[in-house]
Design a protein around this ligand. Structure first.
Ligand SMILES: [Zn+2]
Length: 268
């Protein structure tokens, strides 16, 4: 078995037997995968506290060709997070980021965009107090990277500019875009939002496009989060709640199961 190497983020880790750990990572080179770290609880040399949640590591692993079983050989921290492990709010926000990264990916599906966005979101949350806007940017960017880019400037049915048509805009449960009041069908379901919320969603969409320019293979994940504090301070709490409900509605068709970390977080 050849030893391979990749940068990765630890999404899940649990103890296994006396001294081992079963760890699921999102890696740049191989997508998401799970492996066993033999002796992880004992070896400070191969795993110096590097297999904890959110850990950003350079991971050496071996893959048996004929099975899905993977052996984690060594993990070296690339950057330690200080705030993520000391502030309860930042920890909860980071939990949401990795839960979403986990639930929007399948094993071995290589997508370095989701990996890069996850690292950038964790770095942002580690850098300053957690903000709801950082999470919303990550959610919409993760959707775009998974092929579900959202467009908020126009009604998805009549193409009328949403900011020109007023309130009572509907976010349908089908998980694509927004409908104006005229096109919206209450029987179709989905929350309604104000024009003010649509305006914030437009700014979030612009942030996503900076990181993932449409039709451009190059991405700059960190660019999505530049200016998120400005959007945050322009968003009254009432509007932030609408935006949160709107992005949750757009996410739900594309994730497996419920988003537990977000449900437990309250206002963020
Ligand atoms: Zn319409």
């Amino acid at each position: 078995m050849r030893v391979e190497s990749t940068p990765a983020i630890v999404l899940r880790a649990r103890e296994f037997g006396e001294s081992d750990k079963i760890v699921t990572v999102l890696s740049r080179a191989e997508g998401k995968f799970t492996g066993i770290a033999k002796g992880a609880k004992r070896s400070r040399r191969r795993f110096p506290g590097s297999l904890e949640l959110f850990s950003h590591v350079n991971l050496d692993f071996k893959q048996k060709n004929d099975t899905a079983l993977c052996f984690l050989e060594r993990a070296v921290l690339i950057q330690p997070w200080s705030r993520l492990v000391t502030s309860l709010e930042s920890y909860a926000a980071a939990s949401h980021v990795i839960e979403l990264a986990d639930k929007m990916t399948v094993d071995r599906e290589v997508g370095d965009e989701i990996y890069a966005l996850t690292v950038a979101a964790l770095a942002r949350l580690d850098d300053r107090p957690a903000s709801a806007t950082t999470l919303r940017v990550f959610e919409l960017a993760a959707l775009a990277a998974s092929g579900y880019r959202q467009e908020f400037s126009r009604c998805t049915r009549c193409q009328e500019e949403l900011l020109a048509v007023g309130d009572a805009l509907r976010v349908p449960y089908s998980g694509t875009g927004i409908l104006c009041a005229t096109c919206s069908d209450p029987e179709q379901g989905g929350p309604t939002i104000s024009a003010a919320a649509a305006e914030i969603l437009l700014r979030l969409e612009a942030a996503v496009s900076r990181a993932l320019p449409q039709g451009d293979p190059d991405m700059d994940a960190a660019a999505a989060f530049v200016g998120d504090d400005e959007i945050e301070s322009d968003t009254p709490q009432r509007v932030a709640t609408e935006v949160r409900i709107a992005t949750m509605t757009l996410l739900q068709p594309h994730v497996r199961g419920r988003l537990r970390a977000l449900e437990s977080m309250g206002v963020l």
